[in-house]
Design a protein around this ligand. Sequence first.
Ligand code: PLP
Length: 361
Amino acid sequence: MARAMNFNAGPAALPEEALDRAQRELLDIEGTGLSILEHSHRGKTYDAIHTQALALVRELLAVPDSHDVMFVQGGASGQFAVVPMNLLPAGKSADYVVTGSWAKKAAKEAKNVGKVRIACSTEKDKKFARVPAQSELDLDPGAAYVHIASNNTIAGTQFDEFPDTGSVPLVADMSSDIMWRPIDVSKFGLIYAGAQKNIGPSGIVLVIADKALIENGRTDIPEIFQYRTHAAAGSLYHTPPTFSIYLMRNILEIVKSSGGVAAMEKHNREKARVLYDAIEARPDFFTSPVEKPSRSLMNVVFNLPTPELEAEFVAEATKNGMVGLKGHRSVGGVRASIYNAAKLEWVQALAGFMAEFHKGS
Ligand SMILES: *Cc1c(COP(=O)(O)O)cnc(C)c1O
């Protein structure tokens, strides 16, 4: 069996050891005679895994006591609605920084709930080619919160430094930005991340939220959508996606034993360097649509001279065991997502393939 070099944007590559462990334990976990899929979410076996997964998030990201860690469902897209449902009361408005398709969708969904102000958009003049500087943000000091997508999975940009929003809570969609580098969680009112990019399989959203912020959130919405419900119940208000959380636990243990997020950052910076170098070495052939200071280290997007060459590149790469390189259907081009689980060897192989493909064209 040969495993492919997987550059998919999400669901994305998972560490092989985490999958191996799941396979080994699938029919009988810890001598219980049951698969984890068959255990009650109220039982001892699952409970230990659930608690461990929450604790690993807290430990790896150094989440302060001021913040709750939760697992919820409905995808990151669900959070586009749930955030304003909780945090945007009547009479207030929320500021949205629109730096890509997901950020735009988040703003659109929030408009279904309450009043939204666009504090900045890099769409019109720049086609999402960069993230804005602090000075470009038109922030309302009375806003309920400021929303950003810290890493724009489709555009291939990221905030290197997060905006300063003063006393207004900063809410960040970190779906493709979570757990690859250390962050100062205390700077955020709320962070959410669909697991399927960098920390697990689909089916779970990690939410890290300031306790006071969610405690003071709206109460005029269904309980199932209130953050306080899930925080108070330790993310066991209802049946969680137990297998997804089990797999996330396996993955986070690997992150920990590999040296934590600081080690992840080093590994990821090296991978991104190899790939951006491969692009820059052939400027007449490979081009990045992203302005350099805004480049994402997780999602490397680039173009070839024509869409035909791009299609050929992706097809040839696939024949060479490199999958998932087709750019998002809304923008085309090529995209290599290189989250934690993507190996340096894969990126080196891709860089080598880029050189060969260029020579042969
Ligand atoms: C993938 C992605 C989403 C959508 O995630 P779903 O879990 O499919 O809803 C939202 N935001 C960002 C930044 C993403 O990368």
